[in-house]
Design a protein around this ligand. Structure first.
Ligand code: SF4
Length: 606
């Protein structure tokens, strides 16, 4: 069997990965892959799966959590098509909101956008949708050329022709052998059936590649999690008033206020059972949801608003009536408002998709431990594969500093002073920028007090994206600065610092989630479902993965060099160390500052 691969040569471990994936999917097996940055996971998975799929009449879905990851998949497919002169077809689909060319609705946000679009379609009021009915991909060479370049080109061409770019993409997907799409198209059960019907593909004849698969469960949980607040209800009441709608939501606010009075007298947060909302809300929920949706659409149309609090209440009630064992409902106060959160603890409504496909390929640089993900995805007999880093091991020095801990009981002014002193010493021994990632803003702030260096870029609580981007830009321009951020945040995950702009990373402590009712509920649920694994799967391992993600920001290409210091004695504990060592081989030298200086001398830098 000819192996489809766009480049002439494979990278270290890439051949193994291609063979393992081909072997698994050709037997109809699922495979979970932990492969470090630099192996070329996208090319390996697309090449291997396509080599099998094209000869066996299977459709390939390449599914990603972010739009930015579509480009490399499209580049890989285009490269294979050109190199092997093949005539297979692929389609690139991003969320409807990003492909909408109807200016009447395309600035509306969230669930309100989808309802507004559906409303227009149902009433034949979107001319761009209607025009797509006449579109025949096989007769439109310009559109087919655009499809080979990805969703941006399809959007431009659709815009030029006055057609809905989402519907055009869906038509292109009907005849496609490969579909590149966001997770939600298949993972969100609310969208899955309609999407598959629209593109006329079935899952049993499909192979699903889940890119950045460590995000799959969180993404799925988010589809079923929603919050209602008394401030949101007041906003919705004002919206209804503004359109002269007589619906009264006062009873819903009263219900939340009464619950808070009853439950939060001595507590900060408390569980709420489904039937603790007034029975008439539950009994008439479907009718109320429909009235709310209609009113929200009227409000959006009349006021040209981008979002609607009324629509949000409809979404909340829809989830509230469907909640099951895998959700937790928690009431708390947020300033002057009362907040009722419905949190999905485990996405049992989304998980069945994995069993419906011919095979799944799950891959990530932090899919650790593989057995945990295999359990959580509900897979039996899946292949579990882990590969080494293709980058020279001599490019990285990773050290555990066991002299420190940020364990809650041991936090003190003295401890923060020592952390600050150590960071300064690491900075003084490093020829360039260092990034320091903390377990929380509280530890970041407490340490920062003892830093006497003004050249520090700091991530603040609730910082807007634009401010974060500006910090990253400025920090990368510098060659002798420090960056302070938190683990699990936008500075420590999903970002590539360019041109080896970070020479040192300090991981301070372990980013364990602060214990609260939600965490307890999640641990208990996982305990029940996965024989006592709750604490490990829901608490400890996710924290270590956040630390590994942060530690991985420095070395992104084969020429990048960096030092990583894991500053907490718990990294020596066997469970923590075994997971960390899978991604970062760590040492524990006595004089690690001396070791850092020696490392840079060996690199010929200092
Ligand atoms: S059908 Fe397409 S163009 Fe029309 S509103 Fe919906 S997404 Fe926008």
């Amino acid at each position: 069997m000819e192996q489809l691969f766009r480049f002439s040569k494979k990278r270290p471990y890439q051949s193994d990965m291609v063979n393992d994936i081909y072997d698994a999917v050709s037997r109809g097996n699922d495979i979970l892959i932990n492969a470090p940055t630099g192996i070329g996971k996208t090319d390996a998975s697309i090449g291997a799966v396509l080599s099998y799929a094209l000869h066996n009449n299977k459709t390939v879905f390449f599914l990603t959590p972010k739009i930015s990851q579509h480009k490399i998949a499209i580049d890989s497919l285009r490269g294979i098509k050109q190199k092997f002169k093949l005539d297979f077809k692929y389609a690139d689909i991003v969320g409807k909101q990003n492909m909408c060319i109807n200016e009447k609705v395309n600035s509306i946000e969230g669930e309100s956008f989808y309802s507004a679009c559906e409303h227009l379609i149902k009433n034949s009021k979107c001319p761009f949708f209607s025009k797509v009915k006449l579109f025949k991909p096989e007769d439109d060479a310009t559109m087919l050329d655009a499809a080979d370049l990805g969703h941006n080109s399809v959007f431009e061409e659709s815009y030029n022709q006055g057609m809905c770019a989402y519907e055009v993409s869906a038509k292109l997907a009907k005849n496609a052998d490969v579909i590149v799409a966001g997770y939600s198209h298949l993972l969100n059960p609310y969208l899955k059936q309609a999407f598959l019907k629209k593109i006329a593909h079935s899952l049993d004849d499909s192979i699903l590649i889940w890119d950045e698969a460590h995000n799959v469960l969180n993404a799925a949980n988010s589809y079923f999690s929603v919050t209602l607040s008394t401030n949101g209800i007041l906003r919705a009441m004002r919206e209804l008033q503004s359109i002269g709608n007589a619906m009264d939501l006062g009873y819903l606010k009263f219900a939340l206020d009464s619950l808070a009075k009853k439950k939060l007298e001595k507590l900060d947060e408390a569980f709420v059972a489904k039937d603790e909302l007034p029975p008439d809300i539950l009994q008439n929920a479907n009718a109320i949801i429909s009235q709310l949706e209609n009113a929200a659409l009227e409000y959006i149309e009349q006021s040209k608003a981008k979002r609607s609090a009324t629509m949000h209440i409809a979404k909340f009630l829809n989830e509230w009536i469907q909640q099951g064992e895998s959700t937790a409902s928690i009431i708390s106060r947020f300033g002057s408002s009362v907040k009722l959160s419905l949190t999905c603890l485990y996405p049992e409504r989304a998980i069945p998709i994995f069993g419906e496909a011919h095979a799944n390929v799950f891959m990530s640089a932090t899919l650790l431990p593989l057995k945990m993900y295999s359990d959580l995805f509900g897979l039996e007999d899946a292949k579990l594969k882990s590969y080494g880093s293709p980058f020279p091991s001599s490019n990285k020095l990773a050290i555990i500093d066991a002299d420190i801990t940020t364990k809650y009981q041991e936090r003190s002014v003295e401890q923060y002073k020592r952390i600050a002193e150590k960071i300064i010493r690491i900075k003084d021994s490093t020829p360039g920028n260092i990034a320091v990632f903390f377990p929380s803003f509280a530890v970041l702030d407490s340490t920062f007090r003892y830093m006497h260096d003004s050249d520090i870029y700091i991530q603040r609580r609730e910082m807007k994206n634009i401010a974060v981007e500006s910090i990253i830009k400025e920090f990368q321009k510098s060659d002798n600065s420090m960056l302070f951020g938190v683990m699990g945040g936008s500075l420590s995950e999903g970002i590539d610092y360019e041109n080896n702009s970070i020479k040192g990373i300090v991981i301070v402590g372990i980013p364990l989630t602060k214990p609260d009712l939600e965490l307890n509920a999640r641990i208990e649920y996982i305990n029940r479902r996965f024989s006592g694994k709750g604490s490990e799967y829901a608490y400890t391992i996710p924290a270590i993965i956040r630390a590994i993600q942060a530690a991985g920001r420095a070395v992104r290409s084969e020429n990048d060099k960096a030092v990583i210091v894991l500053m907490d004695r718990r990294y020596k504990w066997s469970m923590y160390k075994s997971i960390v060592s899978n991604s970062i081989p760590v040492s524990e030298p006595i004089d690690y500052i001396g070791e850092i200086k020696r490392f840079w001398r060996m690199q010929g830098v200092k």
